[in-house]
Write a protein that binds this ligand. Structure first.
Ligand code: AFP
Length: 331
């Protein structure tokens, strides 16, 4: 089996980017060890702090953020970083070539119940001419990502990575190496599995409700097939399932906080996951257009997401584009 370093060399990736990815993996291995210790090292539970997103921070959110910061700030190729857990971007080395944007521990409500969580990251080009004292250099659309991926802390620890040439999966071995275990992952175009938090049904737009109603009607309804549902409450785990066997993951806009475009974060979750999904042949949208074409205005911007198997996501888009005629036809 090929080591991550051998794989990146084979791909002829920029040496500094290769080195940065290796350093990110050192940080993620340290996070893995903290997670494995769980209650033994007192890392479970919640802090008294609330992050910039208005969410109570888990101890492991803070620990994971600090670990990533420690390695990235000390890396000469990193000009700066932005994290879901930091209110402002953090300066690293002003001469660095890259900006790193990350969610240190996605799905952290799962930590205390010992269910899968993950670190999501996105690497962007730095532009020294712009300086790094505000958010401007980070506000790049998803198409500009140089690399994106996540480390999934589940029964095994996995790195899922794209550098713009397909999606590859690496499993953390006993010896602490990431070994290539799946190459050029492709998502099946059709699916019979969806993931959405159904408890929000009453808050959705008519197009979303109608689409889900039709899935629930199964073989007797207009879709003509039965669907199964999954909800892990960690986007990173849902996306991993979709990359592995197909499906659609949706977290739509809803009326609970109507001024926000969605719950999930564009730069820490939406863009990196969209790059992986598109690189694996899927579709990644905000229910109306492609997520990676959204021009971010704010590093903590939210986005509505619907991504996964191409044909299913395209059908959902149609519901949003033609909702009036779809409802008319039903009457
Ligand atoms: P955290 O970023 O706080 O860990 O939240 C996870 C998440 O943003 C995403 O990964 C899940 O899909 C979603 O929240 C779960 O949301 P619900 O609480 O509405 O199920």
């Amino acid at each position: 089996m090929q080591l991550l370093s051998q794989f990146l060399r084979r791909e002829q990736l920029d040496e500094e980017l290769t080195d940065l990815i290796a350093t990110l993996m050192v940080a993620c291995k340290e996070i893995t060890l903290k997670l494995r210790q769980g209650a033994i090292s007192g890392v479970l539970g919640t802090t008294t702090d609330v992050n910039v997103q208005g969410e109570t921070q888990k101890k492991l959110d803070v620990i994971s953020n600090e670990i990533l910061k420690k390695y990235l700030q000390g890396h000469m190729t990193v000009a700066g970083l932005a994290s879901e857990e930091e209110s402002e971007p953090v300066l690293a080395n002003p001469n660095g070539k890259f900006l790193v944007v990350f969610d240190p521990l996605d799905g952290s409500s799962n930590i205390d119940i010992n269910v899968t969580v993950g670190t999501i990251f996105s690497i962007l080009e730095a532009n020294p001419a712009e300086g790094y004292h505000d958010e401007a250099p980070y506000l790049q659309n998803g198409r500009k990502q140089l690399a994106a991926g996540y480390v999934l802390y589940g029964p095994s620890a996995l790195l899922v990575l794209t550098t713009g040439n397909g999606v590859n999966m690496f499993t953390l071995s006993e010896t602490g190496d990431f070994l290539l275990t799946r190459e050029k992952v492709m998502i099946p175009e059709e699916t019979q599995e969806f993931a959405i938090n159904m408890s929000n049904y009453r808050h959705w737009e008519p197009a979303m409700r109608t689409y889900i109603d039709d899935l629930l009607e199964g073989v007797d309804g207009v879709r003509g097939k039965n669907y199964n549902m999954r909800w892990v409450a960690a986007m990173v785990a849902e996306i991993h399932r979709i990359l592995t066997r197909g499906g659609i993951f949706i977290y739509p806009w809803d009326t609970r906080v109507p001024q926000k475009p969605g719950k999930l974060r564009l730069m820490y979750e939406g863009n990196p996951m969209s790059m992986l999904i598109e690189q694996a042949g899927g579709l990644a949208t905000n229910c109306y257009s492609n997520i990676m074409d959204v021009e971010p205005q704010d590093i903590h911007e939210r986005v509505s997401v619907a991504l996964g198997s191409k044909a299913e996501v395209a059908t959902l888009l149609e519901y949003h584009q033609r909702i009036d005629s779809i409802i008319d036809n039903k009457h």
